[in-house]
Design a protein around this ligand. Structure first.
Ligand code: PEP
Length: 251
């Protein structure tokens, strides 16, 4: 079976002390997760949270972003090497908030994916359509072109390291979740597109996570869909009990 993953995206929330408390509470409550559990902490927290979860199997830390260049005069930015040196295994790339507020486009994201892979990080690549695209019913081609523009330059070997997170923008932080049928439809279409580019074996092995108001109540139904391999969780990842319930909802 494909790898299952539940990744929390803490965004710009928690102090280091609060983050440590949260990560410790989750680590203590999670027993034998059925997949990888990832804490996407603020960059300032990575090292201490990484230390706090050391020794717990299946728990990892992720950066929420990295710069596309390896190093240099980019004040305020964080490089892939820095994430690695802080102990990160994963990095979230192309979150819709980065695309919207920081003007990250498909081309820039392709470079971020490249540098992340080059430095040994596993990219969690986010894609997803805004509401108007969903209403126009062009979401499948919209998401396919995001994948094509930022990922399809990768070789099969490089692509096999990628995790995809499908996050319809209209569902992020809105409390409005895609139905499990909508999530399954899109995940199926993404996998079909990946199979067209990289072949069925690679597509079948690629974890595709759902993100967008996934919570303790709806996680089991979403994760129960055949092409949904876990979730990228925003708000609900900030509450230890809810996050643990979501982790336990993995199939
Ligand atoms: C996210 O930001 O990746 C996300 C899925 O947020 P939320 O779960 O709060 O909708």
């Amino acid at each position: 079976m494909r790898q299952q993953i539940v990744a929390g995206n803490w965004k710009m929330n928690t102090t280091i002390a609060e983050g440590l408390e949260l990560a410790r509470a989750v680590a203590e409550k999670v027993q034998n997760p059925r997949g990888a559990v990832v804490f996407g902490t603020p960059a300032t927290h990575l090292e201490s949270v990484g230390q706090a979860i050391k020794g717990y199997e299946h728990l990892y830390i992720a950066g929420q972003n990295c710069h596309q260049e390896a190093k240099g005069a980019y004040t305020g930015e964080i490089s892939a090497d820095m994430l690695v040196s802080a102990g990160a295994t994963y990095v979230i790339i192309g979150h819709s908030e980065r695309r919207q507020y920081f003007k990250e486009d498909n081309e820039m994201l392709a470079k971020k994916v490249d540098i992340a892979l080059q430095k040994g990080l596993i990219p969690i690549f986010c894609c997803g359509e805004p509401l108007e695209i969903r209403e126009e019913d062009t979401h499948v081609s919209y998401v396919s072109s995001q994948l094509e523009a930022s990922l399809y330059h990768l070789t099969e070997e490089q692509f096999s390291k990628i995790v995809i997170a499908y996050e319809p923008i209209w569902a992020i932080g809105t409390g409005k979740t895609a139905s499990s049928a909508q999530a399954q439809e899109m995940h199926f279409e993404i996998r079909k597109a990946l199979a067209g580019k990289y072949g069925a074996t690679v597509a079948d092995a690629t974890p595709i996570l759902y993100g967008g108001s996934c919570n303790a109540t709806n996680a089991a139904e979403l994760f129960g869909q055949p092409d949904v391999d876990g979730g990228l969780i925003g708000g609900a990842s900030l509450k230890a009990d809810d996050f643990v319930t979501i982790i336990n909802a993995l199939k």
